[in-house]
Design a binder for this molecule. Structure first.
Ligand code: GLN
Ligand code: ZN
Length: 768
């Protein structure tokens, strides 16, 4: 019996890597200094695992930016547009150029596309393939990291992205082939790489194949079998670890069990139901690696439950098991001990485990399974049991009132009073907006001043009074600005908000916040997700004061601005002691209360942002319907409290609505604003084909760039939209919030936006 993990966080305990890389980009430190800092982090990670008692420690789980990009460079899978750069800049600069684009010395090369790593909040750089794609073994980080650890006396298990997952997470950049067909060219390079590793003395190699948690075609399945059979024949002596995670194996179970590998790693957090079947069918001599400690959450492992599972496995497999994290610990923060003086309540702390604690749990589970406990271990186990008993009884977690409200929810709570066509008539009468009403998505530029004053206030260096009057001043000038340029529906600007989820989390019961709970989102960007530990409720209104204030300054309508339940859920560390659907409904009720209060305060238009609804989709299509049902319903619970005259907006920025357009329509928001500008309104097609019934604000310019769109181009986009949609359903707005922009370009862009809406109105009244 051995302990292992699939990977360790790599940003450094206090985000040292982020800081070093950003200094390198600013040319404040040299490459050698950066590499030294990186190497110190790796060393620390390895030694720390060894000290805690992890038997099989991974290497090549480190990365300066992204492990998929690392693999692309190792395989020399470098898109054409970067090849010229290859001879002009150092290897590391080429690497960063692929990650971030390169605009210097007459080059203007766009970065690789970035997308979500399965259903996590980590983003990877998508490998790009061409039809004549060639692969070659490049300077090998995998070998050098292995050597680096060996110097510390640690013989690691190098982690490779498995060849099939590598191909499948990539993208064809040309027509006429499927990326899976590239396996014949890819495999020889993997073989070379593995040969090198073998020559170095490597014995265990971990192949990450999380794609086995997804739906595969027959061809892809056949390809898995063929590939691993070839690898096996080439390397009969190496220990092949095949790691699946982020889900169960499901219809790939038989395939996976037939692969000629030595260790099969399964995700027991998400795939426990399959364990019995695995135990019946797995080859006797094959080791089963139990991904039993959740790698992507922050909750303590339930020892009672885990030991029961492990004992069941031992009864069949004997000593032939590894105890492990469900996936790489990349997705959990470093160390709970850093929070000692932080803001997490004592009571909550006892339920948490960050990476370091998870490593200890893994070791403790093995010791327990082997009946090898010392006095201090027994104490730990007792504490674990106690924590779970406390959790069941905690009044901090369990709120009878909230549970009661959930229990008495009925269908009527997620239905507006009337259907959309009737509401639309009433809203047109109540709101008196012109055709092509103009608006923005909520936030205005968060200038240095806004950020710094907010921070000072948070650090108690600025009095509440001064901070409030600063906010009043910002809101007043935002309202004046919007009136001056002639926008129709105004916003207060969100100056008081740091982050659209954190702001609400801080105001809701059931949430807490860590001080150092950072996890990598992509490259040097780290996020500190709120910790949603208990029943959610809203004690006081959260947005009414500023919205009401803004409304008092104008006769035009000011839009209330809320974050939706699914997005709040999706971007937090969520409790695992009840279904996500139930937690989501609790948030929905809290937002519903806020919606009701806004309406009571006289706000006639309320936007509930749900940018994360699409990313919550489960990995397997068969699970989509169930998710969409509760997600859509939660949104409706939050929105349906209002009278017909009150207009509910929603906003989503990540497009690709193709698969879920019916569900988007089912949310039944009166108005939806979406991103369409980058694709010249092509993304609207799906709304058109579906005959989306409600009003739509197709974003008319891309806020991700400082470029100011001119009147003509916005008008052209609006013309396109008018050809596709009923004109009385069209809104005019940018494609997302403006908080990352500066004022000058914001002013210019919005002036043009208003001007083009006016031109549209004129040209239409001329034709009538
Ligand atoms: N209302 C938010 C804003 O304008 C929406 C942000 C988002 O869609 N991610 O900033
Ligand atoms: Zn957006």
């Amino acid at each position: 019996m051995k302990t292992t993990i699939l990977g360790h966080p790599r940003i450094g305990e206090k985000r040292e890597l982020k800081k070093a890389i950003e200094s390198y980009w600013k040319e404040n430190i040299e490459e050698t200094t950066l590499l030294k800092i990186a190497s110190d982090i790796k060393k620390k990670n390895w030694l720390h695992q060894k000290e805690i008692g992890i038997d099989i420690i991974p290497s090549n789980d480190f990365s300066l930016y992204d492990q998929v990009l690392d693999m692309s460079l190792t395989l020399n899978c470098i898109p054409k547009r970067f090849r010229e750069l290859k001879n002009k800049v150092s290897f590391i600069d080429l690497y960063f150029a692929m990650a971030r684009g390169f605009q210097k010395d007459n080059f203007d090369i766009v970065a690789l596309e970035m997308t979500k790593w399965f259903d996590t909040n980590y983003h990877y750089l998508v490998p790009e393939f061409e039809k004549a794609q060639k692969f070659e073994l490049n300077s090998c980080k995998i070998v050098s990291e292995y050597r680096e650890a060996l110097k510390e006396g640690i013989k690691t298990k190098p982690v490779l992205i498995g060849p099939l997952t590598y191909l499948l997470i990539g993208k064809e950049k040309e027509n006429g082939f499927h990326r899976i067909d590239l396996i014949d060219r890819l495999l020889p390079v993997y073989i070379k790489l593995i040969e090198e590793l073998q020559n170095e003395g490597v014995t265990n190699i971990q192949f990450d194949e999380p794609y086995l948690s997804l739906n595969l075609t027959d061809k892809e399945r056949a390809c898995y079998l063929e590939t691993y059979t070839i690898l096996r024949a080439k390397f009969p002596k190496l220990t092949f670890v095949l790691a699946n995670y982020f889900g169960d194996l499901n219809d790939n179970l038989n395939l996976t069990l037939s692969l000629p590998i030595d260790v099969l790693h399964v995700d027991l957090v998400r795939g426990l139901d399959e364990l019995d079947s695995i135990l019946i069918h797995q080859k006797k001599e094959q080791i089963l690696s139990l991904g039993i400690v959740d790698g992507r959450n922050i909750w303590k492992n339930n020892f009672n439950a885990s030991i029961e599972i492990i004992n069941k496995v031992i009864a069949v497999k004997g000593d032939n098991i590894w105890i492990s994290s469900s996936c790489s610990l990349l997705h959990s923060p470093y160390d709970l001990e850093n929070e000692r003086e932080g803001s997490i309540p004592e009571e909550v702390t006892q339920w948490l485990a960050f990476t370091k604690q998870k490593l200890q749990e893994i070791v403790l589970l093995k010791k327990t399974a082997q009946n090898n406990l010392q006095a201090s271990d027994i104490k730990e186990i007792e504490a674990n049991k106690l924590a779970f008993i406390n959790k069941n009884n905690s009044t901090l977690i369990h709120n009878k009132k909230v549970k009661h409200r959930i229990n008495v929810l009925t269908q009527a709570d997620s239905l507006r009073k009337s259907i959309f066509v009737e509401r639309q008539i009433k809203q047109k009468a109540a709101l008196q907006l012109p055709l092509f009403p103009t608006t923005t998505i909520g936030s205005f530029p968060q200038t240095k001043e806004v950020r710094s004053l907010r921070l000072k206030y948070r650090k108690h260096q600025l009095s509440e009074e001064k901070y409030n009057s600063f906010l009043e001043k910002e809101i007043t000038s935002a309202i004046q600005f919007q009136e001056n340029i002639g926008l129709d529906v105004l916003v207060h600007g969100e100056f008081e908000r740091n982050d659209m989820v954190e702001y609400f989390g801080e105001r809701l019961a059931g949430f807490t916040f860590s001080s150092f709970g950072w996890v990598q989102s992509y490259g040097t960007r780290c996020v500190k997700p709120p910790i949603l530990f208990g029943d959610v409720s809203r004690e006081n209104s959260m947005t009414v004061k500023w919205t009401e204030y803004a409304q008092s300054l104008s006769k035009k309508h000011v839009k209330g601005m809320l974050t939706g339940p699914v997005t709040i859920l999706q971007w937090s560390f969520v409790r695992d002691d009840q279904p996500r659907a139930e937690t989501c409904n609790q948030i929905a009720l809290a937002i519903r209360d806020e919606v009701a209060d806004l309406e009571k305060a006289g706000i006639k238009i309320i936007q509930i942002d749900e940018p994360a609804i699409r990313e919550g989709l489960p990995l397997r299509k068969s699970n989509w319907a169930a998710y969409l049902k509760w997600a859509v319903n939660a949104f409706k619970i939050s929105a349906s409290v209002v009278k017909d005259e009150t207009q509910i907006h929603t906003h989503m920025c990540y497009s690709e609505f193709n698969d879920i357009i019916a569900n988007i329509a089912a949310m039944d928001a009166d108005v939806i604003t979406i991103e369409t500008s980058r694709s010249e309104m092509e993304l609207l097609d799906v709304f058109v084909d579906f005959k989306y019934p409600n009003e739509i604000g197709p974003g008319v310019y891309d806020i991700h760039s400082p470029r100011v769109p001119n009147v003509n181009e916005i008008e052209n986009l609006l013309m396109k939209a008018t050809n596709l949609l009923p004109q009385e359903n069209i809104w005019v707005n940018p494609d997302c919030g403006l908080k990352t922009r500066d004022w000058p370009e914001t002013i210019a862009a919005l002036e043009n936006l208003v001007a083009s809406a006016k031109l549209m109105r004129e040209s239409l009244s001329a034709t009538v």
